[in-house]
Design a protein around this ligand. Sequence first.
Ligand SMILES: [Zn+2]
Length: 303
Amino acid sequence: MYAGGADVFHCGNVRIHRIEDYQGPGFVPEGMFPNIERRMLQEQWAWLVPDFYYPDLDRLRTSVHSWVVQTGRHNVLIDACVGNHKHRPAVESFHMRNAPWLERLATVGLRPEDIDVVFCTHLHADHIGWNTRLQNGRWVPTFTKARYLFGRTEFSRWDDRRPDYQPTALNEGAFEDSILPVLEAGLVELIDDGHEIEPGLCVEASPGHTPGHACARLRVGDQEALFTGDILHHPIQVHYPEVCSVFDDDSQQALRTRQRILEASVDRDTRLFPTHFAQPSACRVISGPNGRFAIDWAADARP
Ligand SMILES: [Zn+2]
């Protein structure tokens, strides 16, 4: 079982903090992954239980967290979780939350005004929530001094002012309460594939989960950190990339993207930082038995 510890990682001299919004029971395996097979859980039982699956509840263990990248020049927030007081009846654990996310940000010495850049890998409701907070009955930007970077393709997918907008239950109301207020405050910058957020931190298109889903890759010397958003929802998908999430917009494209990222990362000094892996949440991909991938959870030794 994961012993816990500081939620801080390093990539060269860059510090990366995990800021948790939720961790606990998620969906039943087939509720999240319609094509998962029970034998897959059995084959991976040794590491799966209890950190990533609750056998008593028959539910996957999940996390929703942000990553804060401290480059020394700027503080970059990657993904903004579910947020508080958001009306999200489609997912019970997202609905009208009141979590101490800002207090957790404060434990690493950061106030909202210390965040210089917000980058959302995509604009699903569980990645944009803390973009705004409720103040005197109005949604206002949480990070008042930040530039909010959204992919241009992704933004147009979720812009519900467009006549061709396709609604989803998960995202109902999310554009109004978590995107429009930062847009109206003039804090949004729409970006394209390859955009350099910071020297050494670049955006990479990774479509499938959503049309404009994008990762962010940090390179410091020979080391890399890859912020993978929802390319992978649960570590079982490293072992079985063919397992597809019910929330993927285009599951075949998402599978191709997942395979490509895993193949490019295996046995390299590239650490993945997904948004929904339970602690320790960051991992390396290594060669496993039978030509498959496996996970190296080796923690960061430095405080
Ligand atoms: Zn997500």
